[in-house]
Design a protein around this ligand. Structure first.
Ligand code: SF4
Length: 314
């Protein structure tokens, strides 16, 4: 049954502890609430992107001037993935900047990375922008488990953030990836000037997909000087927790991940998010171009909360 915006708004506005206990109940029914899935992410090609995402340091349309990094060799990527596995990651995400893969040689390199990372016993995820059907089929054959393709924000706010594509373009690609048998990782970014209504609409959009994303990353904007949203107001921590809880309730079978910006949340706020349904985190010290949590800080938090790292190999 489709979820209406009105119903989602009602849930978002539950008394805070009722919202948390409702979300936790859904969480316990669908996942082991004592375990958290850990991913690492690596930018395998950085900068020089022709898209105009307002938040991104890698867009040539923003004044960020980060150094361009050509595509890494599969051997270099494999070494980083090996270290990520040693630190407890069960999934390794590889991100290449750009609207889509235009170079056949680069796409072949990505497929080689996927195959070799998969052979380490890690789940694989890539984000490459738009894909063609043959590319999706080739990635699946290479061993790809997840494809990240965020919707970023609500349909209504989308044009404030990106003008070089539409949210419908994103949805079409998500559906094509699912048809190829690849899990979708799709979420968005909060704190770019959108309202709580926009945040709720984004979650309703994802929940109402024919197949909701298997993983829903929620990013708290990391303001990068030179981007077009570097002066936007941050999201209130309690609204962030409410969003996590709503995501858990609307998408009970999906992993709900806190992605970028977690290093600006206190341990207590992260604990509330985990109680409300967060069960996936990034442990890499860098999230593409921005800093993330130091690995030891995570271990200490997991110990305090008696959490285990999920290992699908066990
Ligand atoms: S988010 Fe991706 S598509 Fe958008 S500018 Fe950055 S690298 Fe390009």
């Amino acid at each position: 049954m489709k979820i209406t915006f009105g119903k989602a708004l009602d849930i978002f506005n539950y008394p805070f502890f009722k919202l948390l206990s409702t979300a936790h109940e859904v969480h316990v029914q669908n996942f082991d609430e004592q375990s958290v899935q850990i991913s690492d992410i690596l930018s395998v090609k950085t900068g020089g992107c022709s898209e105009d995402c307002a938040y991104c340091a890698q867009s040539v349309r923003n004044e960020t001037k980060i150094p361009k990094q050509p595509m890494l060799d599969p051997e270099t990527v494999l070494e980083v993935a090996r270290r990520a596995k040693e630190r407890g990651a069960s999934r390794f995400c590889m991100s290449a900047s750009g609207r889509c893969m235009t170079s056949e040689a680069e796409f072949e390199k990505i497929c080689a990375m996927v195959t070799s990372v998969k052979a380490l016993g890690l789940e694989t995820c890539v984000t490459l922008g738009f894909l063609t059907e043959p590319q999706a089929a080739k990635l699946k054959k290479s061993g790809l488990d997840y494809y990240n393709h965020n919707v970023d924000t609500s349909p209504e706010f989308y044009s404030h953030i990106v003008s070089t594509r539409t949210i419908d373009d994103r949805i079409r690609t998500i559906e094509m990836i699912q048809e190829a048998g690849i899990n979708v990782c799709s979420g968005g970014i909060v704190g770019m000037g959108e309202t709580n209504e926009d945040r709720i609409k984004m979650l309703v959009l994802l929940a109402n997909l024919e197949i909701p994303p298997r993983c829903v990353p929620i990013n708290k904007l990391v303001k990068i000087p030179g981007t077009r949203v570097d002066d936007s107001s941050p999201i209130d921590d309690f609204d962030f927790v409410r969003m996590i809880a709503l995501a858990r309730i609307l998408m009970p079978k999906s992993y709900v991940k806190i992605a970028a910006g977690r290093n600006t949340l206190s341990e207590s706020t992260q604990a509330l998010c985990i109680f409300a349904g967060t069960n996936a985190l990034f442990s890499s010290e860098k999230l593409l171009t921005v800093d993330n949590i130091k690995d030891n800080a995570d271990r200490k938090l997991f110990d305090k909360l008696n959490l285990r790292i999920e290992n699908p190999q066990l």
